[in-house]
Ligand binder design. Structure first.
Ligand code: ADP
Ligand code: MG
Length: 320
């Protein structure tokens, strides 16, 4: 059995607390599911404060490797301090289970797409994109890190209409990487073609942001009808994707922004910082938080009306 879970050394190193989260938190309700296990809404018994708890079980075949990945995710989260990045609270390790406590958000941009079953409006996409871009600029230029899994499912919305980039399970703290990591459909061509000698950098996140824009505009990323191997082949071999209905539905600014993010050759692709000056981001009219608060209200209303959105009932959990 791998020595994971009761590892006193890790606890004393300050990465994990040893208290029992099942006693510290009450009212646990599942609000998300991932590769690792589940994410819960929870209330701290002592203060009644609300948190999200990501529960990761570390047993089985690849437990040791898995534990190393979790430690990396926690280390990265601890370094991050930005309004547009989900705030880390603390982390517990008990009996082969890691509990990551973080700021509670209402749901991801992907969850919102699922409720409405149609594309978001351009001003909503713009606001989500601007928030995610601010997080990326911080990550790329202040920390020299790469997220490596930017997609609507990892962009959360918090109360007050604030965008929060989440899920640092794939992130790299070095700004040049060679590992083959991410979710196929959102992967940059240079990540797919990167072998050990061909490194990629933070511009891979810019590509994924462009794909996320298409996802929010069309409900799915390009090539989603293909299996992931075929999709990766196409990403590497074909011309960059564009917004469908490019001219008829979306502004020139939005088309131009997506086109810039999806410049195939990473050396010519703008950095996240350069994209802050793109007219689509810099020429804002309404306040982003107002646009996003309206989107949250619109989503809550749709969830209240329709029972089938059981999974998104979570967006109403904290309403009184
Ligand atoms: P994975 O690595 O498995 O993708 P994530 O960290 O992305 O795990 O979490 C999975 C899902 O759980 C998210 O897509 C989201 O719906 C939900 N979730 C994650 N973190 C939070 C949070 N802080 N607040 C609310 N929901 C969250
Ligand atoms: Mg995720």
């Amino acid at each position: 059995m791998p020595k994971v879970g009761n590892n006193a050394k890790e606890i004393t190193k300050g990465l994990f607390l040893n208290e029992d989260p099942e006693k510290l938190f009450t009212d646990l309700r599942e609000i998300g599911h991932g590769s690792f296990g589940a994410v819960y809404f929870a209330r701290k018994a002592s203060t009644k404060e609300v948190f999200a708890l990501k529960k990761m079980v570390v047993t089985g075949k690849q437990a040791e490797e898995r534990f190393e990945d979790i430690k990396k995710e926690v280390k990265i989260l601890k370094c991050l301090k930005h309004d547009n990045i989900v705030k880390f609270e603390c982390c517990y390790l008990r009996d082969h289970v890691v509990w990551l406590a973080m700021e509670y958000c209402l749901g991801s941009a992907f969850d919102i797409l699922e409720v409405h079953k149609k594309s978001l409006q351009e001003d909503e996409i713009r606001a989500i994109c601007a928030g995610a871009l601010n997080a990326l600029v911080y990550l790329h230029f202040e920390l020299g890190a790469i997220h490596r899994d930017v997609k609507a499912g990892n962009v959360l919305l918090a109360v007050g209409g604030v965008v929060k980039l989440a899920d640092f399970g794939s992130a790299s703290l070095v700004n040049r990487a060679s590992s083959f990591i991410g979710t196929p459909y959102w992967m940059a061509p240079e990540v797919i073609t990167s072998m050990d000698e061909m490194l990629y950098d933070c511009k891979a996140d810019v590509w994924s942001l462009g794909i996320t824009c298409i996802e929010l505009a069309e409900k799915k990323p390009p090539l989603f009808h293909m299996n992931s191997m075929a999709a990766m082949y196409h990403i590497a071999q074909s011309d960059s994707p564009k917004l469908c209905e490019a001219r008829s539905k979306w502004s020139e600014g939005f088309n131009g922004f997506v086109e810039s993010c999806l410049i195939k050759d990473a050396t010519n692709r703008p950095t996240s910082k350069e994209l802050l000056n793109d007219p689509f981001i810099s020429d804002r009219r309404d306040s982003d938080s107002v646009v996003l608060m309206q989107l949250i209200e619109r989503t809550k209303e749709a969830v209240r009306q329709l029972d089938q959105h059981y999974r998104m009932r979570k967006i109403l959990i904290n309403d009184h």
